[in-house]
Design a protein around this ligand. Structure first.
Ligand code: ADP
Length: 515
């Protein structure tokens, strides 16, 4: 048989179409007759329906699970009307192989009527693509977005119902969130705060500058900052606030945003102020009567001594010793109130530290008859500051060393220089302080708990005052101790000069200026 060029063209076209049919990523199936019998299906279609044997079978027989899913009805409609049907992301439950469990697939497809040469509809051509992965991915991300939104709403309503302020900044210090309590204090809305820095909001300039600089510091150093400040709101609400700025790190390990929380501590601050005022008044009021009792005791002591009444004089000197303890306690209370109100004043001069140490040692030794205080004098340092106040620190450390160690033990005092610093150490072999308590002994009213302490009186103020005095002299104070094995308290001060046996040498200027 001769094949003419038209036939050849038709054959070429047919083979090209077959190739498309075989290789297309789209699924295709040719159905014929009123029962929609499968005539052809391409590999993509086989993949969709689980490689089942379908050719020559009506759809319902080949794919029984589609019954009741509406597809047969759609095929019928196309077959009868000739109007194509276009389905988008339509769900179909299909078995992965004959008899297997059904899985959900989503498909975009077209049902198109097939006609014979006479134009009569003889079947349906189905083609489309499996968009399951796409749909699932999109739905998952939509669900995630929904979930995030719900979470954000939940956090916002949780944060609205607490009294603390909770907020967040971007790396440039612009607000990205604030809960309702802060918005209420500032009298603005969330929309008004977002994108603003402290400088754009109702904050005094210096406070805005400090807060903004703190955020910058959190971003750079990746470390939390805690501080407190007084603040008066635009509506005139005055209060004290404690705030914490914390870094929130991103996947790259850098600070992605800064989270902040603020607590209103007005009540606490006012209570502390009241307590300080009370202490100030009480210690001031106690001072005068105690001073006059002391004066009367001394008068009595002198008179009775003249009259030769030795036993009463001995008793009176015990009374005097107790008055001295009371005076020291009142002195401590007064000092604390001065520290609190910034009124602790120093009378400064250059003085030989060793001499002051020797004097303090002698003073404490006088009343500590059951202890031996040994002073190893080696520093020869001249320091600058308030000699009496440094003496007060020494007396405190020496009294503690005696107080917290057993009778008949020795307290060793040393002064040593290193570079431009002189260090004084007071070492006892007493009860010691445990490692967890040692860092706290310089805090106000802190008293360590140890075995023998119950009976030892004290207010827990001496070291607090000592630390303040040393810090105000640009020095440092610390303790090395182990429970049951004694303690050594140290303080270090800048040296202004070193005096040697036969010559005087000026030391390099001390670090840190004096007040
Ligand atoms: P106080 O002695 O009045 O309690 P301080 O402020 O002087 O107050 O001391 C605080 C606390 O530190 C003391 O209560 C005590 O627990 C501890 N402490 C101070 N010095 C010594 C020491 N040399 N040995 C053991 N514990 C000490």
């Amino acid at each position: 048989m001769q094949i003419d060029s038209d036939d050849q063209a038709m054959l070429d076209e047919a083979s090209a179409l077959t190739e498309v049919f075989e290789k297309a990523p789209a699924f295709m199936a040719v159905l014929g007759g009123p029962d929609h019998v499968f005539e052809m299906a391409n590999p993509a279609y086989y993949q969709l329906i689980g490689q089942r044997d379908i050719i020559g079978k009506p759809v319902l027989a080949a794919l029984p699970e589609v019954a009741g899913q509406g597809y047969i009805e759609l095929l019928d409609a196309v077959l009868h009307t000739g109007v194509p049907f276009v389905g988008t992301e339509m769900k179909v439950l299909l078995q992965e192989s004959a008899g297997a469990a059904e899985v959900v697939r989503y498909v975009n497809f077209v049902y198109q009527a097939r006609r014979n040469r006479q134009g009569e509809i003889v079947g349906v051509f189905a083609h489309g693509i499996d968009v399951t992965d796409l749909v699932i991915a999109r739905r998952t991300s939509e669900e995630q977005a929904q979930q995030l939104k719900r979470q954000a709403q939940m956090f916002d309503s949780l944060l609205t119902n607490i009294t603390d302020f909770v907020y967040a900044f971007d790396r440039e210090g612009r607000f990205i969130y604030s809960n309702r309590p802060l918005l209420d204090l500032l009298g603005i809305s969330l929309e008004q705060i977002v994108g603003k820095t402290f400088h754009d909001l109702p904050y005094p300039d210096d406070l805005a500058t400090t807060l903004h600089a703190y955020i910058q510091r959190v971003v750079e150093q990746k470390q939390q900052i805690v501080d407190e400040t007084p603040y008066t709101s635009p509506t005139g609400v005055m209060g004290y606030y404690e705030y914490i700025f914390s870094p929130v790190l991103g996947d790259d390990g850098e600070v992605a945003l800064v989270a902040g929380s603020t607590r209103n501590i007005t009540e606490r601050v006012l209570q502390a102020q009241q307590k300080d005022e009370f202490l100030a008044v009480v210690s001031h009021e106690l001072k005068t009567p105690v001073t006059s009792i002391k004066a009367y005791v001394q008068v009595l002591q002198r008179r009775l001594a003249r009259e030769g009444n030795a036993s009463v004089v001995t008793h009176l000197s015990k009374v005097d010793a107790q008055i001295n303890k009371l005076t020291a306690l009142i002195g401590d209370l007064l000092d604390v109130t001065k520290i609190k109100s910034g009124k602790l004043q120093f009378h400064e001069s250059d003085f030989a530290l060793d001499e002051q140490v020797a004097e303090s040692v002698e003073e404490v030794q006088r009343t500590a008859e059951h202890h031996t205080i040994v002073f190893e004098r080696t520093s020869n340092a001249t320091v600058h500051g308030d000699r009496d106040r440094i003496g007060q620190v020494l007396v405190n450390l020496l009294t503690n060393a005696v107080k917290y160690s057993a009778r008949e033990t020795t307290v060793l005092v040393k002064t040593t220089t290193s570079g431009a610093t002189v260090t004084v150490s007071v070492q006892d072999s007493g009860v010691g302080i445990s490692a967890d308590q040692a860092p706290h002994v310089f805090e106000q009213f802190y008293r360590a708990v140890n075995d023998q302490k119950g009976a030892i009186a004290g207010l827990g103020l001496g070291l607090y005052i000592a630390a303040e005095i040393i810090q105000r002299h640009s020095g440092t104070i610390w303790v090395e101790s182990a429970e049951g094995r004694g303690s050594t308290f140290f303080f270090a001060l800048p040296v202004v000069a070193l005096q040697r046996a036969s010559q005087q040498r000026i030391a390099p200027p001390a670090e840190g200026a004096h007040e």
